[in-house]
Design a protein around this ligand. Structure first.
Ligand code: 13P
Ligand code: SF4
Length: 318
């Protein structure tokens, strides 16, 4: 199939993976990709990681161009950390239900109700919301950030209520939670996972903290995407049920070819354990974004400078 951009069509004879490598050298570009990308994109990435590792890699890179194969808030974070670099994405519509569920005007009004509270906001939010937050966190450092806040301070946590609830249990802190959720991690079926565990008593259930409480309660291990991947490598179990987006299973199988990975089942007969936003990105769109250096992430300098502060606080604590 020939995919076209508004500028020029893709020559169907091209080997996209080879062309992407050639353009990366030509343009001094780096490809940062999240584990929830389709396997082909993971395989051409220069750096693959969870949200925190990708932000750290974005901060460190010396490339002139960053192609961010993930979702919009991740690319925006890369731009906040690299105002002088060109940051392109394969698809500008690759959003996130958590970011969409936390519009800045409502967030600002919520904060205004608790003027003495400290706000910790999950990185899955817009630059506007970051600019209104005290600290940013990801699933891999959230516990550390919460523990860094003085015990007498009230904490506002947004936008993921499942991650927030899990943090309350882990840290013993009382926190006010924004009522947002991830459409992918809320999809896992408790009933089907119970059935799977009965049929596979030797399997370990591992889950991302964006999952609902019922799933987290059953899990043998809870962690960020990187933590889940590391667990499947270091744990002696030979079988795992994976309650997170199915893209990560590609790396789990590559790292442990002798182990069995069962994708956590959604309640309906859908592919809802694939993030519809992450999966908007394709190899064709990666090629076009590099070729045309478009679409680009841009933002006003004042917004960038305000959003940088809570991200920098997070990176200093990580
Ligand atoms: P992590 O990669 O930080 O675990 O986040 C998962 C996620 O849902 C990203 O959108
Ligand atoms: Fe957002 Fe969930 Fe998709 Fe991650 S998996 S980008 S949290 S909708």
């Amino acid at each position: 199939m020939t995919v076209t951009s508004q500028a020029a069509p893709i020559d169907p004879r091209l080997d996209l993976a080879d062309e992407i490598q050639r353009m990366k050298r030509e343009k001094n570009a780096v490809i940062l990709a999240h584990y929830y990308q389709e396997s082909d994109i993971q395989d051409i990435a220069d750096f693959l990681g969870d949200s925190l590792q990708l932000a750290q890699a974005a901060k460190k890179t010396t490339a002139d161009v960053i192609l961010f194969a993930g979702v919009h808030f991740m690319a925006e974070t890369a731009k906040i950390l690299n105002p002088e670099k060109i940051v392109v994405v394969p698809d500008m519509d690759a959003g996130c239900s958590l970011a969409d569920g936390c519009p800045v005007d409502r967030f600002r009004a919520w904060r205004a109700k608790y003027p003495d509270a400290v706000s910790i906001t999950y990185i899955n939010c817009s630059a506007d919301v970051k600019a209104e937050s005290d600290y940013i966190c990801t699933s891999s450092n959230a516990e550390k950030i919460v523990n860094a806040i003085p015990a007498d301070k009230e904490i506002l946590f947004a936008p993921d209520r499942n991650l927030g609830r899990w943090l309350i249990q882990k840290t013993g802190r009382t926190m006010r939670l924004w009522q947002g959720s991830c459409i992918v991690h809320e999809t896992f079926s408790e009933r089907k996972i119970v059935g799977l565990r009965e049929r596979n008593p030797d399997a370990k259930l591992i889950a991302h903290p964006e999952c609902e409480d019922a799933i987290l309660h059953m899990a043998d291990f809870i962690g960020s995407t990187t933590a889940l991947l590391k667990y499947t490598i270091s744990d002696p179990a030979k079988k795992f049920i994976i309650a997170t987006e199915s893209g990560i299973v590609h790396q789990m199988r590559k790292a442990s070819p002798d182990k069995v990975f069962i994708e956590g089942p959604p309640e309906g007969n859908c592919a809802c354990n694939e993030c519809p936003y992450m999966r908007l990105n394709t190899m064709e769109k990666v090629y076009l974004a590099l070729r045309d250096l478009s679409p680009r992430i841009e933002m006003p300098q004042t917004l960038r400078e305000r959003a940088w502060i809570p991200i920098d606080r997070m990176l200093s604590l990580s």
